[in-house]
Design a protein around this ligand. Structure first.
Ligand code: NAG
Length: 184
């Protein structure tokens, strides 16, 4: 019995030291920054999808998270635009989908203010990026849901709800990373 638990303990310690060994410093930075955000799992998933995150510094990691949110904004825009194109003018959803697709397009395009600021890294890049996300992206992301709330008779497509949530989570992740890195 005693030797059995010793074996279990030894295996446990071995697996721990193995884990420590494979977590290289760059992975540690990803984990460290992502755990300071509201969505640590989504944050690490986003970064692991991009191989350049392996060698990225804080600024590079922030940029990748913004690209993830921007991609999700493009997905929800594409979905909404296609749905609108396939909706007859006589349908009560037509005008709402029209406005929604324009708002999602604006949201998507306005990520550029943040990505340019982070890429160039000029003075105040961090606060510029945060300001862009807060004032130029978020309001457009959420306008479509507001429209549906104002017209409770219209059925909200689940992909628009899920897409809006995804973009908001992505922005929250970027904000969390941007807040916890330095300006250098
Ligand atoms: C959105 O649609 C455009 C044009 O069809 C396409 O190039 C792009 O890859 C799509 N984006 C996503 C995220 O699916």
């Amino acid at each position: 019995m005693a030797s059995h638990s010793l074996l279990v303990l030894t295996l446990y310690l071995l697996s721990l030291s193995y884990q420590f060994h494979v977590i290289k410093s760059d992975e540690a930075l990803i984990q460290n920054l992502c755990h300071k955000t509201e969505e640590p799992v989504l944050c690490t998933d986003c970064l692991h999808r991009d191989p350049t995150s392996k060698t990225a510094d804080g600024r590079g990691i922030a940029l990748i998270t913004v690209y993830c949110a921007e991609y999700d904004a493009q997905l929800v825009y594409n979905f909404t635009f296609n749905l609108w194109q396939n909706t007859p003018k006589s349908d009560p959803m037509y005008d709402t989908l029209d406005t929604c697709s324009i708002q999602f397009l604006m949201a998507h395009d306005n990520f550029r203010g943040a990505t340019v600021a982070i890429r160039e890294g000029n003075i105040n890049w961090r606060s510029i990026a945060m300001d862009q996300l807060t004032s130029q992206v978020s309001p457009f992301v959420n306008r479509c849901l507001d429209l549906f709330k104002k017209s409770p008779k219209l059925p909200l497509p689940s992909q628009i709800l899920a897409g809006t949530i995804a973009v908001n989570q992505g922005i929250a992740i970027s904000m969390g990373v941007l807040k916890s890195i330095s300006d250098k």
